[in-house]
Design a protein around this ligand. Structure first.
Ligand code: KG4
Ligand code: ZN
Length: 342
């Protein structure tokens, strides 16, 4: 029997992503479009996001199918992000998927966006083996999870306020770097003076694996307000101090999670996993603890269709598929997912 070939569709926020994953041949192709319209509004405008997904999705599916030399009869199932995310944006992906599934007479499956992120490092040749600890750091979430298998997730810690990527974006905005500025802040931080400012490491002085990032953004704002002149070097110095505090805090919590569980494998995923300082610091931690660190390829850190296709493939193979009716879940705790029997 040939393995499943899955079309994956991501529309949970401001990226439209489409991919085809084949159980025998791996990822055949993928494409991502990042909506630029939100930058002039300083944040994602949900209604504009939905409309842009509607405009982009079908032509993108056609292109991806053509690039993979695949016609509808060769697609066995469609996986789409069913949540968490913006409800209107999720509905675009869900309704297009279910419409195509009905027309092509194949099953569809709504997948969990953070599970898709968590499994993204499995798209690489060197895959992590279960069990592992996952640090999920994106614009909407910051989670530490013990992963025993697909669908076997134990939440170890989460943010009590802003998500890690959100704190990057808000601090970038304070520094006048535009939206979304996480990656721009990280680039600017490379030229920062390492000794000029020192930011706190929130919640590292007490036990536990939860995070809090909103205070760092306020600290950045107060630092900016105290500076008589916000020149380019001062911005870079603040960017460095902010990034260093976030990276240090994440590293301290990852170290705790690995030591508490005795697990020797850490997977980092989500948009912030593209951050080079974080990768470097966690690689150093891995060496000290004799633990192996896994990151997604850079193109699979932020939202994309490939991780959705792969996640759907895992669950479809386990016998899951949608029931009738379009169901999206703007809020959907990761530990509510069911275990996949392989
Ligand atoms: O996973 P993602 O694409 O979307 C969500 O599911 O939220 O993550 C986007 C987040 C944004 O906050 C963005 O600023 C951040 O990831 N990000 C970064 C970097 N690249 C993207 N943050 C820090 N350093 C980066 N290099
Ligand atoms: Zn995401």
């Amino acid at each position: 029997m040939t393995a499943l070939r899955v079309l994956g569709i991501e529309t949970s926020c401001d990226e439209t992503g489409v991919a085809i994953y084949d159980g025998d041949h791996g990822l055949l192709t993928h494409e991502v479009y990042t909506q630029i319209i939100h930058s002039q509004h300083g944040g994602v405008v949900p209604e504009l996001a939905s409309r842009d997904h509607i405009r982009k999705l079908l032509p993108m599916i056609e292109r991806v199918m053509a690039n993979a030399n695949t016609n509808p009869s060769q697609i066995d199932a469609i996986a789409y992000t069913a949540g968490p995310g913006l409800i209107g944006a999720l509905l675009v992906g869900a309704s297009v998927s279910q419409g195509l599934g009905f027309a092509w007479q194949i099953p569809t499956l709504g997948v969990h966006h953070m599970e898709a992120h968590l499994l993204a490092p499995m798209l690489e040749a060197d895959k992590p083996a279960f069990p592992f600890i996952a640090l999920l750091v994106s614009g909407g979430h910051t989670l530490l999870v013990k992963v025993d298998g697909v669908g076997q997730y134990q939440l170890l810690g989460e943010t009590l306020d802003d998500a890690c990527g959100e704190a990057f974006d808000k601090t970038a905005k304070i520094l006048g770097l535009g939206y979304p500025g996480g990656a721009r802040l990280a680039k600017l931080a490379q030229t920062g003076d390492r000794s000029r400012f020192h930011f706190p490491r929130p919640m590292t002085d007490r036990p536990g694996l939860d995070f809090s990032f909103s205070g760092l953004k306020t600290f950045a704002l107060n630092t900016v307000n105290r500076e008589p002149k916000l020149d380019q070097q001062t911005k870079a110095d603040i960017a460095y101090a902010f990034e260093d505090a976030v990276v240090d805090t994440l590293t301290i919590k990852c170290k705790r999670a690995l030591q508490q569980t005795g697990i020797k494998c850490l997977v980092v995923a989500g948009g912030v996993s593209a951050n080079l300082a974080l990768r470097q610091r966690l690689d150093d931690l891995g060496k000290r603890l004799s633990a192996t660190m896994y990151f997604p390829g850079f193109e699979f850190c932020a939202d994309n269709g490939a991780m959705v296709a792969y996640c759907g493939y895992q669950r479809l193979q386990g016998g899951e598929h949608d029931n009738l009716g379009i169901q999206v879940k703007p809020r959907w705790p990761l530990d509510e997912l069911s275990r996949v029997h392989t």
